[in-house]
Design a protein around this ligand. Structure first.
Ligand code: CA
Length: 224
C-alpha cells in the first residue's frame, strides 16, 4: 500500500511518514500543493493524506482538481482549525474523512486502515448498477462509459433509484424523497420524470434498467 502525504510543516510530515512506515506502508511526502497534485494525479496511491493550508496550491484545490481528473483515491484531509466550514467544504469536494490538528497518530493510523478497507470506488461513494455509473461527488453519470446529461430533477431521481437498487419504489416514496411534496397532486409528474430518465438511460439499449411494477411503482435492476 502506497500513501502520499502532502504537508508543509516538516515536523508533522516526518512524524506522519515515520508512523506510516512503521506500519509497513510505502510513503511519499511532499510539502506543497502543486507537487502534491502532480504526484496524486499519477493515480498510484492507495490513500492521500492532505493538509489544507499549503503553499503554492491550497489543499482544497488539490482535492477538487484530483476529483475533476477522475482520480478517486481516498483522501484524508488535515485541518489546522476545527472550523466546521472547512471540513464541510473538504467533504463536499470529495474528501473521505478528516482529522483536526492536533491529532493522535493512532487515530490517523486507524482512519487510514478504514479507508484502505473501503477501497477507492466505495470510498468516493460511486454507485454502479450494470454499466450505469453515478458519481455523487461530481454528479457525473455514465452508461457503458458514455456520459449522460441529466437535469437536476432527473439526477435526483436517478440517485434515489441507485441508492435503492432491486427495491420497488412506490410513487409516494419517490415523491417524498425526490420532491419533498405531497403525493396526491404529483403522481403524473413522477411518471413523466421516470419517462424522461428512461429515455436517457435505457432508450436504444439491450438491457433495460428501470422497470415498471404494475400497481406499485418502479424498480431499478439489471436483469429482465
Ligand atoms: Ca499547513
Amino acid at each position: 500500500m502506497r500513501i502520499l502525504v502532502v504537508e508543509d510543516e516538516a515536523k508533522v510530515a516526518s512524524f506522519i511518514k515515520r508512523a506510516l512506515e512503521e506500519e509497513n506502508y510505502a510513503v511519499d511526502a511532499c510539502a506543497d500543493g502543486v507537487r502534491g497534485l502532480e504526484l496524486a494525479l499519477t493515480g498510484t496511491y492507495d490513500i492521500i493524506v492532505l493538509d489544507l493550508m499549503l503553499p503554492a496550491l491550497p489543499g482544497i484545490e488539490v482535492l477538487k482538481r484530483l476529483r475533476a481528473g477522475k482520480i478517486l483515491t481516498p483522501v484524508l484531509i488535515l485541518t489546522a482549525q476545527s472550523q466546521l466550514t472547512q471540513k464541510i467544504e473538504g467533504l463536499d469536494a470529495g474528501a473521505d474523512d478528516y482529522l483536526t490538528k492536533p491529532f493522535a497518530i493512532e487515530e490517523l493510523l486507524a482512519r487510514v486502515r478504514v479507508l484502505l478497507r473501503r477501497g477507492p470506488g466505495e470510498a468516493a461513494g460511486i454507485l454502479q448498477i450494470d454499466d450505469l455509473v453515478l458519481n455523487p461527488a461530481t454528479r457525473d453519470v455514465t452508461r457503458g462509459g458514455q456520459r449522460i446529461d441529466l437535469t437536476a430533477k432527473e439526477y435526483a431521481l436517478l440517485e434515489y433509484f441507485m441508492r435503492n437498487p432491486g427495491r420497488v419504489l412506490t410513487r409516494p416514496m419517490i415523491s417524498e424523497h425526490v420532491w419533498n411534496l405531497d403525493f396526491d397532486t404529483f403522481t403524473n409528474v413522477i411518471d413523466v420524470y421516470v419517462n424522461y430518465l428512461r429515455n436517457k438511460i435505457d432508450r436504444g439499449r439491450d438491457r433495460k434498467l428501470i422497470h415498471t411494477v404494475r400497481g406499485s411503482g418502479y424498480i431499478l435492476k439489471s436483469e429482465g
